[in-house]
Design a protein around this ligand. Sequence first.
Ligand SMILES: CC(C)(COP(=O)(O)OP(=O)(O)OC[C@H]1O[C@@H](n2cnc3c(N)ncnc32)[C@H](O)[C@@H]1OP(=O)(O)O)[C@@H](O)C(=O)NCCC(=O)NCCS
Length: 158
Amino acid sequence: MNIEISIMSLDDVLAIKDEFYNSFDEFWRIEILQEELQHENSKYLVAKLCGEIVGFAGIKIILDEAEIMNIVIRKDKRNQGIASSLLSELIQIAYNSNCSTILLEVNENNLPAIHLYEKFSFERIGLRKKYYNNTDNAILMKKDISVTYQGGTNEKQK
Ligand SMILES: CC(C)(COP(=O)(O)OP(=O)(O)OC[C@H]1O[C@@H](n2cnc3c(N)ncnc32)[C@H](O)[C@@H]1OP(=O)(O)O)[C@@H](O)C(=O)NCCC(=O)NCCS
């Protein structure tokens, strides 16, 4: 599978706007994605397959900490390694931006996402009770990238 990963543009958001809820994610709002993309500390990537958008993911960087804001793969393209490709690139961006840690929150019932993050050695560091809709708990996860990151091909750029 030939996945192309590039910086996500507002045009990319517009391209998936109409099918966002049905084909990508019914739990996020496209307006948030549009706002996030324009935030100077945000870095969003898009994954394309033969020119078609099949996923996106973003981080927000504050000082030496990166937070994963979301990672979403088109429903009919899941479990084919696309999120892994995006996450690998995001970790490399955080590392090249001199971040020492990457943090995230994930719904404790979201097993695909938990598998993804554990595959990349994110560790569970806490629990936010009833964080989602005052019902589901959020697991806080963290990955230390202060020493080195071996998952990508780029050298750290100071
Ligand atoms: C979570 C999500 C991004 C994973 O995307 P994906 O492209 O299917 O993930 P990958 O194919 O790269 O798989 C990553 C790992 O998770 C595992 N995985 C993926 N889907 C799984 C599932 N339904 N159940 C169990 N494990 C799963 C894969 O086996 C893989 O591990 P492996 O390489 O050791 O086999 C995708 O399911 C999604 O878009 N979910 C909705 C949005 C969401 O919940 N985002 C996370 C918010 S915190």
